[in-house]
Design a protein around this ligand. Structure first.
Ligand code: GAP
Length: 511
């Protein structure tokens, strides 16, 4: 656990040191759970967006992209269910004045009990050595069994209370588990209340209910309300998809773990409209397609797993998460949801407008069903950054920190460096950049020894370092160093574009 926390801390500090992510408004001591992307972070983020957009919109002739407004008519959120049901149960500790999510307090309590079980198993391994039968131990050891039973009981009570919106029951469970506030150590809790996660503000100069609008908590509703606009203007035939990348806002009670859970974040969502009854086929199709998209990055197939939702949202008939092995363990990266015709039907009801499709093959009107894929851009960023961050000990005993970011996503594609600052080498280096810059973001670097410069490029994930030396002036060749293998080869300047392109082109991920 400690090692995992250390890894996250290391990634956070690396991200800040090299200009990937800064705490927001840091000169005023920052704002909780809000971050700014720096000069390299915004490049990486743009490249992730581009990978998603190309794979969704460019590679599917039946998917188009839109960019809808963050502000929407307030009735949108009444229709979608967010005004009434987008809540988290919260509880305050009266001594520390700290606020917690009641379900998270219970989850953490159960996690501690799971750790106790693992410790017990570890003790067994030590005691019995090679003769240890873990399966039997877990099935018979009284301490393990007692804790497992308690966990099950807490899980059941929590699920029943949450499903029935029984907040008194959740409070009682926290008291029965004797959960203390991690800050004050006391059990002096308030009652449990529901807390709506939407940020609201007022439009125009008049205050009051009529003028209250919300910052969208998901981009999806901008797609639903535009379903007919896009279908008609684009002459789209079912099945088809509408994709969107944009900001979403949630007043998370417990926002932490760096950019994993923020109050302002970005989503990349796609709603796939299909015939009623065909949604499970498309649900399976999108599960597989999205899983392939993630795995193509080469961060390790075993870093992903599917997690089916046990408790389905009111609008879904199937839902799962693609989880990633973040430094904090496996957590949700993307959601895939079969949302039925719930959203479109609700918008029909609240707007009084028909949101139906005439299917010429069936000669029939219907409200389409929807399968949604929704991935957090910031979580993708954290997945790429944390999986790429490595401390390596080299053959000669020296150490390096490298970001082995998939080359197509790397901020800079190549660094071009004159070996010395004189003899016309800088001019030659700039000439090379001029030839590459239309297709690749390049960095010019002439400061410090060449070894130090290579290390700097490793630390920001630049796939190639090109060095201009005196031989370059004689025969138009340069050395090109590969970030991952650290091998250097001498090549003609005329071949540089192709060599770089072969490795960094987004095509390498999309085919
Ligand atoms: N339209 C469906 C929807 O919004 P969700 O599971 O609530 O579903 C989708 O969110 C994705 O958005 C999540 O899988 C996660 O990657 C990202 N996400 C959600 N809340 C977030 C937060 N507070 N900070 C960062 N990313 C978040």
């Amino acid at each position: 656990m400690e090692q995992k926390e250390d890894k996250l801390k290391e990634v956070i500090s690396h991200a800040k040191e090299y200009g990937f992510v800064f705490p927001s408004s840091e000169i005023y001591d920052g704002l909780a759970a809000t971050y700014d992307y720096g000069q390299l972070g915004s490049e990486l983020k743009n490249n992730i967006k581009s990978y998603w957009w190309k794979s969704m919109v460019q590679m599917h002739e039946n998917i188009v992209g839109i960019d809808s407004a963050i502000f929407m008519h307030p009735t949108t959120w009444k229709a979608s269910g967010h005004v009434d049901a987008f809540n988290d149960p919260l509880i305050d500790n009266k001594d520390s004045k700290k606020r917690y999510r009641a379900d998270v307090l219970l989850e953490e309590h159960m996690e501690k009990m799971r750790l106790k079980i693992e410790k017990e198993v570890e003790k067994g391994v030590k005691r019995f050595g090679d003769d240890f039968d873990e399966h039997q131990f877990r099935a018979t050891n009284p301490n393990v069994l007692r804790n497992a039973e308690k966990i099950k009981e807490i899980e059941d009570r929590m699920r029943t209370s949450l499903e029935a919106n029984d907040l008194e029951g959740v409070y009682q469970l926290i008291m029965d588990c004797e959960i203390v506030c991690p800050v004050s150590g006391s059990r002096n809790w308030t009652e449990v209340r529901q807390f709506n996660l939407m940020f609201s503000t007022e439009i125009g100069s008049v205050s009051g209910d009529a003028a209250t609008i919300y910052l969208r908590p998901e981009t999806a509703q901008g797609i639903f309300v535009n379903f007919l606009n896009v279908q008609k203007s684009g002459r789209m035939k079912i099945p088809f998809g509408i994709a969107q990348i944009g900001k979403a806002f949630r007043n998370e009670i417990v926002a932490r773990q760096f950019i994993f859970r923020m109050r302002e974040f970005e989503q990349m969502e796609m709603q796939f409209f299909c015939r009623p009854g065909e949604e499970m086929k498309w649900y399976e199709y999108w599960k597989e397609t999205r899983s392939k998209w993630h795995k193509a990055l080469g961060l390790g197939d075993n870093q992903y797993r599917f997690h089916d939702h046990i408790k389905l949202a009111h609008y879904a008939n199937a839902a799962c998460d693609i989880e990633f092995n973040f430094p904090m363990g496996f957590k949700e990266l993307e959601g895939i949801h079969s949302r039925t015709d719930f959203d479109l039907k609700q918008h029909e009801l609240f707007s009084g407008k028909k949101l139906q499709y005439f299917d010429p093959e069936l000669n029939q009107n219907y409200v389409p069903f929807v399968v949604e894929t929704s991935v957090g851009l910031d979580r993708m960023f954290l997945a790429v950054l944390s999986a790429s961050h490595k401390n390596e000990v080299l053959e000669d005993g020296s150490e390096r920190t490298v970001l082995s970011i998939p080359p197509a996503l790397a901020p800079y594609k190549a660094a071009v460096m004159p070996l010395t600052k004189k003899d016309g080498l800088p001019e030659k280096a700039r000439e090379i950049i001029d030839g590459l810059k239309f297709d690749f973001l390049c960095q010019y670097d002439e400061k410090d020894s060449i070894g130090k410069r290579y290390r700097r490029q490793d630390a920001i994930g630049t796939p190639f370092s090109v060095t201009v030396d005196h031989e370059t002036l004689e025969n138009n060749t340069v050395t090109i160093r590969d970030r991952d293998t650290m091998e250097q080869v001498r090549v003609n300047i005329a071949d540089l574009h192709r060599l770089i392109d072969d490795k960094v082109n987004m095509r390498t991920l999309l085919v």
